[in-house]
Ligand binder design. Structure first.
Ligand code: GTP
Ligand code: MG
Length: 745
């Protein structure tokens, strides 16, 4: 893992240098000055996860001449050695002499091989400026798709020619249709022998109809393509022929994507409706931090023009001034490179530097020219009008400062105040993230779209040097408006339900259905695929809390790695009752020290271990999963007593199996209700919320007093509450505080 990480670090640096060098400078002249609106196209690439969006953008960058071919020496320097890439999910770094996955530019994206943030790039084609927004396909990052919809005038919906429309295809298409955009469809991966274009085409048509597309939207144009091989065509390929790779001379660039370029120009409307004569206005969609120029506010200019040196103000959604300043720099993009501009006008997608936000300055803030608004004065652009409504977060987690015995050993940012500041800053740009006060003054409640959404945030924080403790993920419940009578935590409450589509081999279907039914899932479709291939498609509605533990790990085991489970938020339904996931208890260390192979060997019979020998442990740290449904306190630090007596035989050889090492997201999905995860730059440790239950019983600050339990199952003293109650009783002349009344009974 460490080797992979260090490889990626070096690789990223080298790659960024090459990216900057190989993005054509010729485009810089083209985007200089004001681009006429009829020469602009703004398009988003949307799809289900892994359907090939980023690979398609790579091809558009290459075939438009924006990305240059690497020299032989550069290719050699970038080519990964087989050992350095072992265990990573990303494809080869160089393909056909070009850098791949240009848009997946941040470290986490490169390591995981997925897109996490929406990003914008530009290309020039036939004298037109095409701004392309690559979006993530994973359900947890759906907020990223929603937020960029207002910047574009068209979308390219990518669908895998084998898999067909999936859950996230439905989600992103519904968002595009809601905004009234007319999608063009690219059936990608048409080179694969498993492609079934006719069936996928029919499924797509049904999906458009089900989502209530208008007549205009129903007449979507469709191209068959292979982003990997770099071609697009209007006819379905003849299987066998399509997969033949084009052989090009060293310096020739393929032009086989031409049908797609032409379709973008003809199908996506230019932003001509936007008014360039009014004063400047723009809604910020994304905020980036640049070490040289500071905060950059990205968006599509809604009206007017902007020049370097102009004074602008920032208004929040309620019209309150929340910042402003003199424009220092205006940037557009080529590949992942920024290109400076002196002037930009309505319809263009730009980042602006020089604005200082005073309070609440995040996304959805309107940047406006200071003058020229007439008597009415400047008004904020209504976010609801220009952005797509963001679906509610479904998962909630509590975050605390790290208070475990090893706190402060590995991180540099430890206090609740620095953690709080960083998380509130994140919430300004991470539109699907909600931050609320937590159960204690030092804690926060974070609400997000899924374990991966919040997991990526925690992973980012630990890389920045933060140490935190996080509580178990819970589904966000909302009150049922139709419920009459008293409410409890579950009575009168609605819980989020996820619609799941599962594709598995027939022999594993029973196991998956059984597990999801145990988790209160309801099946409403079981469809046999091609009998020769033996795959089935299952659709089930499952409470979000039931999916939390199942998605990460257990599902993969149940289907032996062959199968997919995709889900999207369906609706809120009445609480479905307690879920027994059948998780076993934990093996918990009761000693402080270094674990030893001698002590761990016999523990293997008690369950599965999570740690290696020579790992530092503390009392209350979870070191494994017990084979029974109960927690077991063990001593993993026991050392063999040395004596002076020589034994006749050799010592028995100690054999320790490889521990089960979980990633942060796997740990989040695995943890029990009374457990916490300690997240530090170097370690992810599972621990009990109460580290030492015996000590807690003895003192814990609650001796002899009434004891309450907080939302994490931790004991809290009710001393203060009793004191307040007492004072209150005296003040209101509570009957029992009157001695005469007591003596009469
Ligand atoms: N055979 C084949 N594979 C493709 C094609 N396009 C993409 N792939 C592969 O599909 C995988 C996913 O491609 P990406 O471009 O990362 O997919 P994505 O839609 O950007 O994924 P997310 O951003 O994570 O949602 C990679 O392994 C690509 O090499 C294609 O046309 N044919
Ligand atoms: Mg991608």
């Amino acid at each position: 893992m460490l080797r992979c990480r260090s490889f990626w670090k070096t690789f990223s640096t080298v790659r960024s240098t090459y990216q900057a060098k190989h993005l054509t400078r010729g485009l810089a002249t083209a985007v200089e000055g004001v681009t006429p609106t009829e020469n602009i196209r703004n398009i988003a690439i949307i799809a289900h996860v892994d359907h090939g969006k980023t690979t398609l953008v790579d091809q558009l960058l290459r075939q438009s001449g924006t990305l240059k071919r690497l020299s032989a020496l550069e290719q050699l320097q970038l080519a990964p050695t087989s050992s350095s890439l072992a265990g990573t999910t990303a494809d080869s770094a160089v393909d056909g002499g070009f850098i791949t996955r240009v848009m997946d530019s941040n470290d986490l994206e490169k390591e995981r091989g997925i897109t996490i943030l929406s990003k914008c790039t530009s290309i020039m084609y036939k004298g037109k400026l095409i701004n392309i927004v690559d979006t993530p396909g994973h359900a947890d990052f759906g907020g990223e798709v929603e937020r960029i919809m207002s910047m574009v005038d068209g979308v390219a919906l990518i669908v895998d020619a084998t898999e067909g429309p999936m859950t996230q295809t439905r989600f992103v298409l519904s968002k595009a249709l809601q905004r009234g955009l007319k999608p063009l469809v690219v059936m990608n991966k048409a080179d694969r022998s498993t492609a079934r274009p006719a069936q996928v085409e029919s499924d797509l048509f049904d999906l458009f109809a089900t989502l209530g597309a208008t007549d205009d939207q129903m007449e979507y144009p469709l191209l068959y393509a292979s982003a990997k091989q770099g071609w697009a065509q209007s006819e379905p390929p003849v299987i066998g022929e399509s997969s033949s790779e084009e052989v090009l001379a060293e310096d020739t660039i393929s032009t086989r994507m031409t049908p797609l370029f032409d379709l973008i120009l003809s199908h996506v409307p230019p932003p001509t409706a936007l008014d360039r004569t009014s004063p400047f206005s723009m809604l910020t969609i994304q905020i980036e931090n640049d070490p040289y120029v500071g905060m950059l506010y990205l968006g599509r200019i809604h009206s007017g023009s902007l020049r370097v040196g102009d004074n602008i103000m920032a208004l929040d959604a309620d019209g309150n001034e929340c910042g402003g300043g003199k424009v220092k720099k205006i940037f557009s993009r080529i590949g992942m490179d920024r290109v400076e501009k002196d002037i930009a006008s309505a319809g263009e997608i730009v980042s602006i530097a020089g604005i200082k936000m005073t309070k609440g300055g995040g996304v959805n803030v309107s940047l406006l020219a200071v003058d020229g608004w007439g008597e009415e004065g400047p008004k904020p652009l209504e976010a609801s009008q220009y952005t797509t409504p963001i679906d509610p977060p479904t998962i909630s987690m509590f975050v605390y400062p790290n208070d475990a015995p090893f706190a402060g050993r590995e991180g540099t940012k430890l206090t609740s105040q620095v953690i709080r500041d960083r998380i509130y800053k994140e919430a300004e740009t991470n539109v699907a993230l909600k931050v609320l006060p937590g159960p204690t003054s030092e804690s926060l409640e974070l609400r997000g779209r899924g374990v991966l959404h919040l997991g990526v945030l925690f992973e980012t924080l630990r890389r920045e040097g933060y140490e935190l403790t996080i509580g178990p993920p819970k589904a966000v419940m909302i009150p049922d408006p139709d419920h009459k009578g008293p409410r409890t935590r579950t009575t009168g409450m609605l819980e989020p339900i996820e619609s799941c589509t599962i594709n598995v081999r027939e022999e594993f279907a029973g196991k998956v259905i059984e597990k999801l039914t145990m988790r209160k899932g309801e099946m409403h479709l079981y469809e046999n695929g091609d009998p020769e291939e033996g795959w089935v498609k299952i659709e089930m509605d499952v409470p979000a809390r039931g999916l939390i533990g199942y998605m990460a790990g257990e599902f993969k085991n149940d289907v032996h790695g062959e199968g997919t489970l995709n889900h999207y938020f369906k609706d809120y339904q009445p609480y479905k009752g307690a879920i027994d996931t059948g998780r076993n208890g934990s093996l918990i260390s009761m000693h402080n020290g270094e674990s030893s192979a001698y002590a761990m060997a016999p523990l293997q019979a008690r369950g599965t271990l999570f740690i290696h020998p020579q790992t530092n442990v503390y009392p209350g740290m979870v070191i494994g999963e017990c084979s029974k449904a109960q927690d077991l306190y063990v001593n993993p630090c026991l050392k063999k007593q040395l004596t002076n007596i020589r034994a006749a035989g050799a010592d028995e050889k100690i054999v320790i199996s490889a521990p089960r090492v979980m990633t942060l997201e796997e740990s989040m999905a695995y943890m029990a209700d009374d457990e916490l995860i300690e997240v530090t730059p170097k370690s992810i440790r599972l621990r009990k919320a109460i580290l030492d239950p015996d000590k807690e019983k003895e003192d814990g600050g609650c001796q002899g007093w009434l004891v309450g339990v907080d939302r994490l199952g931790r004991k809290v003293s009710l001393r203060l509450y009793i004191l307040i109650l007492g004072i209150f009783a005296v003040m209101v002349d509570f009957p029992y505080s009157n001695p005469t009344q007591i003596s009469t009974h």
